[in-house]
Design a protein around this ligand. Sequence first.
Ligand code: NAP
Ligand code: HSE
Length: 428
Amino acid sequence: MTLRVGIAGLGTVGAGVVKVLRSKRRELVARAGRDIEIVAASARDSAKDRGIDLSGIAWEKDALSLAARSDVDVVVELVGGEEGVARQLVERALNAHKHVVTANKALLAHHGKALAASSERNGVALKFEAAICGGIPIVKALRESLISYDIGAVRGILNGTCNFILTQMESTGRAFADVLTEAQALGYAEADPTLDVGGGDTAHKLCLLASLAFGTEPDLDGIELTGIQGVRPADIAFAREFGFRIKLLGVARRTKDGIEQRVHPAMVRAGTPLAAVGSSFNAVVADAGEAGPFFFEGRGAGQSPTASAVVSDLVDVARGALGPAFGRPAAELVAPRRLGSDIRSSAYYLRFQVLDVPGVMAEISRHLANEKISIESMLQRGRAPGEPVAIVMITHDASHSAVVRALKAIAASDKVSEAPCMIPMEPV
Ligand code: NAP
Ligand code: HSE
């Protein structure tokens, strides 16, 4: 019997899903054991040329109608957003006993546990492989393949737009805004790109990864968040001089004292696998104790990889591989105990924009010494008496909260011309 699909959203990902289902139909029948057919679709503008063949597919003006159609077995939600049509459609579809496949990490990060519970109550699947790192099969890996391991940490480069921007800034010296426009044109960026550059999109994916790995409920509010807007071309150049690259990382770690979740630009040592992940590629490292780190790399955004992940979920549904959304019943997902950032320590890259006047270095050193922060190396570039210059330092291991306090005190100095920049050095 054919699996009948209703698809909401025909943008970058939705149009890709239509293309894959149409172009790979025979192959998919062989894989799934039955045909997968799109019977109805919805988007805002029915007249838009999307470069796809929509013949034979019924058009629904109101996406929510897809949930009520008796000829739809599975609703594919590719509208996006944590509220509005996306949330209503998914809720209605589950309540109408229809399977749901979505690429919407914002929706799941905010409402994942409740939606997973609803899918279980209604005896249908809720699948979201495309929501985390597009084409990388990390959801299936954590939910099914790695279940015998005690995963201690999941971390990685989870946002293609940010990785594209940082890589392009490094290789071409182009400005942030210019590169962001290119990432948008390539279909990587979210409808609201501040979600990408502000780290929110990485946070959405990180809390879902943590949930899959640790059996905790998605805890978006427990994530400490810094985006890449404050990263300057100068930081990228200094990082290179010190032998590092700047990457936006999402890190979730399980410790005996609780779960740490953070998103921030990090200095990653050149020559390590994460540092080598360029362009819009994503990577996830799952630390599995004695089995060592598992490293997944691939395209995390863009039409084809993301659509392929959606289609793989549809094939699972067609095969009857349903199972709970997060790999265990929603009721068993426990609220995580949060690890406070005061317990954290690492080495830090610090950049100060200071007036080139006598005594400025002594003042910075005094504040760092007051917090017992020791300097491993230091650079000052340029000389401009009375004008702002950059002083850059790498510290030895220091407590996060001590560095924050020292920088606050330094920022208050009249010799400092802008807020200091701090970027943790990611251990290899
Ligand atoms: P997109 O290109 O902006 O497409 C969104 C689609 O939703 C458009 O077709 C739009 O219609 C439709 N839409 C918007 N409001 C609607 C409404 N009220 N009713 C019906 N349809 C509506 O977005 P996208 O990049 O494909 O992303 C879709 C989802 O996939 C998001 O959750 C995103 O986070 C996720 N995702 C995207 C990528 C990626 O690389 N792009 C990767 C992984 C996950 P019109 O076309 O008529 O305007
Ligand atoms: N905007 C997201 C990114 C899409 O750039 O990674 C994939 O989730």
